[in-house]
Design a binder for this molecule. Structure first.
Ligand SMILES: *Cc1c(COP(=O)(O)O)cnc(C)c1O
Length: 375
C-alpha cells in the first residue's frame, strides 16, 4: 500500500517548541500566561485592523460566546449559512435558539444575499426578527462581504463572521476575521494553522474582549472568594497551546502561499479535463485556498472519483453536506435555491495540506487521470 495522502494535516514549523519549552521552564503551565497574550497580539497585528482578540479553546466556543454576547437566547432566531460545517450552527441550539438556514450563491459558494433578504423579510412577517446572521467564508473563499453587510445594516441585524477556514484570506484588501460584529477563528488540527485544538473570538472593542474572557474563565466576579452572578464557561486557551500558536503565526503566510500553489497546480494539471471545474476567485477576492475543491459533471462521477482515490490511499471528501439536509437540522426553516445541494452532489475536496510534496501532488493527478481513462 502506498503511504496515505491526507486531506489537510497539521504542519509544524519547528518554531513552536521554543515557546512551549519556555512555558515549561518558567512553569507557566497553568491556563494563563505570556504565550496567550503573545498569541493574541500576533493575531491582532496580523489582522491589521482595530480589533481585539481573545484566544479560546475552540472556534465552536468562540461562536457560542459571540451568540451569548449578542444576547441570543431561548425563542430567538439566528440566520446561518446552510453550506457550512455543523459547528457554525450547533451553538445556536446550545442557546435554545432556532437556526434559520440560508442557501449559497455560485460565485463564492457562500451565503446568497438574495435568499438572505427573502429569509429576513419572511421571519419579520412572522413576527420574529432574527437576532444575528452567521456568515461563513467556506474553504477560505470570502463571502460577498459588501452585499451581506448592506442587508444586515438595512435590517439592523449583527453579523457573526465565521472565519474558521479563512485566516489569511482577504476581501478588497482587508483580512477575513475583521468583517463581523464578532468574528471567529479556529486552530483545529485540520485548519490553515493549528494549535492542536483552539480558536479565537475577534471583537470591535476591548470591553467586549474582556467580557468574552470573563465568560470564558467561569465568570468569576471580583472577590476574594468564588463569587458568580452569571453563568460561566471553561473556554479559555491554555498557555501551552498558545505557544504552538505563536510558532504557527511565524509561518502563516507561507502556508497560505503553499495552499494557493497546490490549488494552482491542480488547476493547471486538470485544465484540459472538461468534466472538472474550479471555483474562480472573483475580482477583489483573495482566498487562502484552505481546501482545493473541484466540481465534477455528476454525483456518480464524483463518488467514482472519490472511491478511486481511496483505493490509491488518497483522502478526499465531498463538499460539506448542507445543514438543511442534516438529520438533526432538517426540521428547522430554510430558504433554498438549490445551489448548495448541487455543490454537495458534484463537489470534492482534494488533498490540500501545506506539507504536501510534489510527488504526492503528482500521485493525486495520476490517480485522477487514471480514473477518467476508465469512466
Ligand atoms: C472548524 C470549523 C469550526 C469550528 O472550529 P473548532 O475550532 O473545530 O471548534 C466552525 N466553523 C467552520 C466553518 C469550521 O470549518
Amino acid at each position: 500500500m502506498k503511504p496515505k495522502i491526507w486531506l489537510s494535516s497539521p504542519h509544524m514549523s519547528g518554531n513552536e517548541l521554543p515557546f512551549i519549552n519556555e512555558a515549561f521552564e518558567t512553569n507557566w503551565v497553568a491556563p494563563l500566561g505570556p504565550n496567550v497574550n503573545g498569541f493574541e497580539n500576533d493575531i491582532q497585528s496580523y489582522l491589521n485592523e482595530d480589533r481585539h482578540v481573545a484566544a479560546l479553546a475552540s472556534g465552536t466556543s468562540a461562536l457560542h460566546l459571540s451568540l451569548i454576547l449578542l444576547g441570543v437566547g431561548h425563542g430567538d432566531e439566528v440566520i446561518c449559512q446552510s453550506k457550512t460545517f455543523s459547528a457554525s450552527a450547533n451553538p445556536i441550539v446550545y442557546q435554545g435558539a432556532t437556526p434559520i438556514f440560508v442557501d449559497s450563491e455560485s460565485d463564492t459558494w457562500n451565503m446568497c444575499p438574495i435568499q438572505l433578504e427573502i429569509a429576513i423579510k419572511d421571519r419579520i412577517d412572522r413576527g420574529n426578527t432574527p437576532k444575528a446572521i452567521i456568515a461563513v467564508h467556506l474553504y477560505g473563499m470570502p463571502y460577498k462581504v459588501d452585499e451581506i453587510n448592506d442587508i444586515a445594516l438595512k435590517y439592523n441585524i449583527p453579523i457573526i463572521e465565521d472565519s474558521a477556514e479563512s485566516l489569511g484570506s482577504q476581501y478588497k484588501g482587508k483580512n477575513c476575521g475583521t468583517f463581523g460584529d464578532f468574528s471567529i477563528l479556529s486552530f483545529n488540527g485540520n485548519k490553515i494553522i493549528t494549535t492542536s485544538g483552539g480558536g479565537a473570538i475577534v471583537t470591535k472593542t476591548l470591553k467586549l474582549k474582556e467580557k468574552a474572557v470573563f465568560l470564558a474563565t467561569q465568570a468569576r466576579d471580583n472577590a476574594p472568594h468564588y463569587l458568580h452572578s452569571e453563568i460561566g464557561y471553561n473556554y479559555r486557551m491554555s498557555n501551552i497551546v498558545a505557544g504552538i500558536g505563536r510558532g504557527q503565526m511565524t509561518i502563516l503566510d507561507s502556508h497560505v502561499a503553499k495552499r494557493r500553489s497546490n490549488h494552482q497546480f491542480y488547476l493547471d494539471s486538470l485544465k484540459n479535463n472538461d468534466r472538472i471545474t474550479f471555483l474562480q476567485e472573483p475580482e477583489g477576492y483573495f482566498s487562502n485556498r484552505w481546501l482545493s475543491c473541484i466540481l465534477l459533471d455528476s454525483e456518480e462521477t464524483r463518488e467514482g472519483l472519490r472511491l478511486a482515490l481511496e483505493k490509491e490511499n488518497i483522502e478526499s471528501r465531498p463538499l460539506w453536506k448542507p445543514m438543511h439536509q442534516q438529520p438533526i437540522f432538517k426540521k428547522y426553516p430554510s430558504y433554498l435555491n438549490g445551489v448548495s445541494d448541487e455543490l454537495f452532489n458534484k463537489g470534492l475536496c482534494l488533498p490540500s495540506g501545506s506539507n504536501l510534496t510534489d510527488i504526492e501532488l503528482e500521485r493525486v493527478i495520476s490517480a485522477i487521470n487514471a480514473y477518467f481513462v476508465t469512466c
